[in-house]
Design a protein around this ligand. Structure first.
Ligand code: CTP
Ligand code: MG
Length: 230
């Protein structure tokens, strides 16, 4: 079974301190709608665990009243950090007798332009190898700096932007969290690498950005216009 964990437990403070970005409406729908719709309609996704922010229960209720997704099987409250939010969803699955071989597909709801091809490739790599992530080859020149001066240039041929979805066999991602309760991490591949597992890369499409600032909203609006996706 392939189970998606859709993360919408954040506050979206960099975009708008008043309302979490997942509830910001773009083209008549909240951002969360677009990620959920793609996962709900994906033929390889069997069920969805939606992670939400406890302080925004009302918004979540309103959202789910208006938008029905038949594959959502449970709603879990997120934690203080993204890592805590993922762990809450994993614990929920564990308590509900998830199979250790099930593939867990973790996705930032803020990556609303995710496409089926990336999801499908990510799942099939995780089935084959145990762990995979979407990623994009870096196009900028990247440097090390102390904030004042350049310290060194990194070789761009070996640099990638790590994205989601990130797909793991349950036994691997659960062990990675259990073994690293104090490790701070903004993504799950770091934890999985730390327990010695190899993570395979799936090159994503160019639009799989994480909506973070208002510029990203303009990008998303034009993406929707061009793709007539609603
Ligand atoms: N997320 C989560 N629980 C948290 C923090 C983040 O589920 N405690 C989710 C967000 O909802 C988002 C994804 O993880 O879909 C990636 O995080 P990020 O882009 O940093 O979102 P926010 O934390 O909401 O934004 P910000 O950092 O600007 O406050
Ligand atoms: Mg954040």
């Amino acid at each position: 079974m392939n189970i998606a964990i859709i993360l919408a437990g954040g506050k979206g403070e960099r975009l708008n301190p008043k309302i979490p970005k997942q509830f910001i409406v773009v083209n008549e729908r909240p951002i969360l709608y677009y990620s959920l719709k793609t996962f709900n309609n994906n033929i390889n996704i069997d069920k969805i665990v939606l992670v939400t922010n406890k302080n925004h229960e009302k918004e979540t209720e309103n959202f789910l009243d208006k938008n029905k997704f038949n594959k959502i099987e449970s709603i879990v409250f997120g934690g203080k950090t993204r890592k805590d939010s993922v762990f809450n969803a994993l614990e929920h699955l564990k308590e509900n007798n998830v199979n250790s071989k099930d593939i867990i597909v973790i996705h930032d709801s803020a990556r609303a332009m995710i496409d089926d091809a990336t999801i499908n490739k990510c799942i099939s790599k995780a089935k084959e190898y145990g762990a995979s992530t979407a990623a994009k080859k870096t196009t900028d020149t990247i440097i090390n700096s102390n904030g004042e001066k350049i310290i060194s240039h990194l070789d761009r041929d070996f640099l990638y932007n790590v994205q989601t979805p990130q797909c793991f066999r349950f036994e691997i991602i659960y062990k990675a969290h259990i073994k690293n309760p104090h490790l701070n991490s903004t993504d799950d591949t770091f934890l999985v690498k730390s327990i010695g597992e190899k993570v395979h890369i799936v090159l994503s499409n160019n639009s799989n950005i994480k909506i973070t600032t208002s510029d990203d909203i303009y990008f998303f609006e034009s993406y929707l216009k061009n793709n007539k996706k609603k």
